[in-house]
Design a protein around this ligand. Structure first.
Ligand code: FAQ
Length: 334
């Protein structure tokens, strides 16, 4: 019998070198490729937080579906909130390719062991907030997420491509809603301004702490997980938003906001970083409510998960009593 040579096992150093070469070529790392544990942990952390943000992010706007002022507005809002659910699901799927299950991640969210974006811990107090979230929150999300389409981990980057297309639609619908209100009554214009005043600073916080207080940025950039720093993206967002605010006719609530000719960018004030850390630690205005709501939905859905598992195990395969294809109008016999 011919002797078949065993394929030579690559050493840890060789695997590491191969991984580094992929990163340096700006190629994608795929789920079955070898990757350092710390890279995997960073991705699970970021992708899970991102997925949780999309799912928790359904709540502030979802609260207005039943109170939308017209059928058209209701249909738009319903579609947007459903899109956010879809984004959460793509991202949980991307995280699952790293060896964690959606169940584990959801349990970490509801037990407070994983985070979600600070922005969703602020209340939505008026219908104008639906427009402001579309304009500013989805706008900030786009600034942050377009570069993530080129992130080094394949499934995450590919999920982001579709998500970004949908977020662009979300931003436009928000801006259009605010434009419509700004063409309305004085009271409606005041509602828009009041909403922008409340959401401006929390939107800037979405980009994370300043670079010199961001423990993860350097490592994540070296791995190509992040391609820009928090401050770079925050600056991009401010520069993009100022002309939009002008066209809308609202004031951004920052007395330090001014165009800097030399830098070719806007100077602007800093958000209240103590407030940011307080919200991240769970003490924001709506943290407890958001997590409790998510936990209730998860608990209420237990029977669906159990039924799906039972069906997958074969218990639901008996269709002899299934009458769904019975088209007769007559009385049914037992
Ligand atoms: N909120 O070292 P860094 C959306 C944490 S989706 C809460 O700078 P990193 C769509 C951070 O996790 C919005 N925590 O961290 C939508 C870390 O803690 P850890 C979500 C925050 O990862 C619209 C610590 O602080 N988007 O809006 C926040 O390098 C409308 C130190 O920070 C994403 O998740 C924060 N804002 O950079 C849905 C995008 N910022 O984990 C519905 C992907 C920081 O060490 C309606 N994520 N922290 O315990 C990212 O780009 C990054 O993770 C950053 C943070 C930039 C958020």
């Amino acid at each position: 019998m011919p002797v078949v040579a065993e394929p030579e096992q690559e050493s840890e150093a060789q695997l590491e070198a191969r991984f580094e070469a992929v990163i340096n070529r700006k190629d994608r790392v795929e789920p079955r490729d070898w990757m350092p544990d710390a890279y995997r942990r960073t991705l699970v952390r970021q992708v899970a937080q991102h997925a949780h943000s999309e799912i928790i992010g359904m709540q502030p706007e979802g609260a207005w579906i039943g109170r939308a002022p017209s059928l058209r507005r209701k249909a738009i809002l319903l579609a947007k909130v459903q899109d956010e659910a879809g984004h959460g699901l793509y991202l949980y799927s991307a995280a699952e390719t790293l060896g964690v299950s959606r169940q584990e991640l959801t349990e970490m969210l509801i037990s407070g062991r994983q985070k979600y974006s600070s922005i969703f811990n602020y209340p939505t107090l008026s219908y104008a907030d639906v427009g402001t979230i579309g304009w500013l929150v989805d706008g900030a999300a786009i600034c942050n997420q377009v570069p993530l389409c080129r992130t080094s981990f394949g499934p995450y980057g590919r999920a982001m491509i579709r998500i970004c297309k949908e977020e662009s639609f979300h931003q436009r619908q928000g801006y259009e809603l605010l434009m419509t209100m700004m063409r309305g009554t004085d009271e409606q214009r005041a509602m828009v301004q009041e909403s922008v005043d409340r959401f401006w600073w929390p939107s800037l916080m979405m980009f994370g702490p300043p670079d010199d207080e961001s423990p993860n940025t350097a490592r994540s950039m070296a791995w190509g997980v992040k391609t820009h720093t928090n401050d770079e993206l925050r600056q991009r967002f401010v520069d993009m938003t100022v002309p939009q605010a002008k066209a809308l006719g609202v004031t951004l609530p920052d007395p330090e906001l001014v165009w800097n000719e030399e830098r070719g960018a806007h100077d602007f004030g800093q958000p209240d970083w103590d407030e940011f850390w307080d919200v991240v630690k769970g003490n924001g205005p709506c943290n407890a409510q958001r997590v409790a709501h998510r936990k209730k939905a998860w608990d209420d859905g237990a029977w669906v998960r159990e039924a799906a598992l039972a069906f997958a195990a074969g218990d639901g395969s008996d269709t002899s009593s299934d009458t769904s294809s019975d088209t007769s109008d007559g009385p049914r016999t037992a």
